[in-house]
Design a binder for this molecule. Structure first.
Ligand SMILES: [Zn+2]
Length: 149
């Protein structure tokens, strides 16, 4: 009928604008998910750490993205809804980033136990098998040494 009405074009573009508005609204409502770039992750982590004392914002965006990309941006069985929340968790728990890999567990002497291979006090107990084995910091398995300081 009034298909040739030039006003229809204006009507069409305003419909497009409306649809875009709705899509943007739904995206916001469904969480903020769109996989971030490593730069976005690091920038957000720094911003978050800046606002909260005791938070380490020095995380590796590349490690973060690699980790979640390898999991299809899933957390357990559900799709990640908000990468910012995952970054915050990462900052709090310090599980990602090169620092985390280097972070070592301090060793404490195990009271009343000596190394199974020398007279030094034991600091590590290996209870993988049927018996517990105790080791000093020199004699504990190499792969264990790497995790402790
Ligand atoms: Zn020893």
């Amino acid at each position: 009928m009034d298909k040739l009405d030039p006003n229809n074009r204006i009507g069409f573009s305003s419909v497009v604008a409306k649809v875009n508005e709705i899509v943007a609204f739904l995206n916001r409502r469904n969480g903020c998910f769109k996989p971030p770039t490593p730069q976005e992750v690091e920038a957000y982590a720094k911003e978050y750490a800046g606002k909260h004392s005791g938070i380490d914002g020095d995380i590796s965006g590349a490690d973060f993205c690699d980790f979640y990309e390898s999991k299809g941006w899933m957390i357990g069985k559900s799709k990640m809804k908000c990468w910012q929340a995952a970054v915050r968790k990462c900052c709090r728990d310090g599980w990602c980033g090169p620092q985390a890999a280097q972070k070592k567990t301090p060793l404490f002497p195990i009271s009343g136990r000596k190394c199974s291979q020398c007279p030094l006090p034991a600091v590590y107990k290996d209870s993988g098998g049927a018996y517990d084995f105790y080791y000093c910091s020199d004699h504990m398995p190499e792969e264990v040494k790497a995790k402790y300081e």
